[in-house]
Design a protein around this ligand. Structure first.
Ligand code: SAM
Length: 282
């Protein structure tokens, strides 16, 4: 039977209690666990769902109940072995694959969606592996990170994280989650974020340059873009920042990074790339 395993019993059977030093805070609130898969967009393809950080499988169980196939990545060898045993039936039926390894290194499968209660220590790096896959995701983050990721242009929280995430997807905070929902409880509040992939108005050919360029401009978020482009050329790797400023729209150059939307950054990065951006930055 799937979708009904008690998180407390799973913890007991696995014989673990969670180790914060290993980013292990297990979700024990069954209502939150039950809701997570339902936050995927209605039209999401649930044929192959990726879960990063399987733990003792409380979420894996719910994903098996709501999708055809699940791949779970788990770095802790003991937990990966436990998942194989606990869900042996689903593994044998080809409905569950357990990948033991670091989610930052493993080859990710061609999943159609991801639902994950992420290890917070590496949540940013994992997110920027997932978003370029162009699949819908439901991800648990530290609340402050979630709010910065979903922030609207022009707000105090809007920054490079909002631009980078907003370039790939529409991002919404769908549920705040208190520390008491986890065992052991983390020191911070959490929140669930839904990302729905979008077709950006401007394609970015060199993603690394785009992310570096945005990061550089936000180091000078109170300056006009005109000054920020010039002052941060050494960070972004622009050969000829004056040429970029001259070629760009004058009104855009008079605005500040915090008021510029993701697509406008992408267009500016494309223009910068034509003027030597991305060749030698780092
Ligand atoms: C926050 S717990 C979530 C566990 C479970 N999904 C739940 O909801 O209770 C994060 C899990 O990710 C695992 N983990 C930590 N760092 C990881 C990494 N770099 N790659 C893969 N798994 C990782 C931890 O061992 C832990 O099981």
């Amino acid at each position: 039977m799937t979708g009904s395993r008690s998180p407390d019993r799973l913890l007991g059977r696995a014989g673990v209690s969670g180790n914060p030093d290993r980013d292990q805070h297990f979700l024990v609130d069954e209502r939150v666990l039950d809701r997570l898969p339902t936050y995927l967009p209605d039209d999401a393809d649930r044929s192959h769902v990726l879960e990063v950080g399987g733990g003792t499988g409380a979420l894996t169980d719910r994903l098996l109940a709501t999708s055809d196939r699940v791949t779970v990545v788990e770095r802790d060898p003991e937990l990966a072995a436990f998942l194989e045993t606990e869900f042996a039936e689903a593994v044998a039926a080809g409905r569950l694959t357990v990948l033991e390894g670091d989610a930052l290194d493993v080859d990710l499968p061609d999943a159609t969606a991801s639902v994950s209660n992420l290890p917070y220590g590496v949540s940013s790096e994992i997110t920027f592996r997932l978003l370029p896959l162009g699949i819908p995701t439901v991800l648990m983050f530290q609340r402050e990170f979630a709010e910065r990721m979903a922030a609207e242009t022009g707000t105090d929280e809007y920054g490079r994280l909002s631009v980078s995430a907003g370039h790939y997807a529409d991002v919404e905070v769908v549920e705040p989650v208190p520390p008491t929902a986890f065992s052991p409880p983390p020191a911070v509040d959490s929140a669930v974020v839904r990302t729905t992939p979008r077709d950006p108005d401007y394609e970015v050919e060199d993603e690394d340059f785009f992310l570096r360029f945005v990061k550089a401009l936000f180091t000078q978020r109170r300056k006009t873009l005109r000054n920020a482009v010039r002052n941060t050329a050494h960070i972004s790797g622009l050969d000829d920042p004056d040429a970029v400023v001259a070629a760009a729209d004058e009104t855009l150059m008079s605005r500040r990074a915090g008021d510029v939307a993701p697509d406008e950054f992408a267009a500016l990065a494309a223009l910068a790339a034509e003027h030597g951006g991305g060749r030698d930055g780092g």
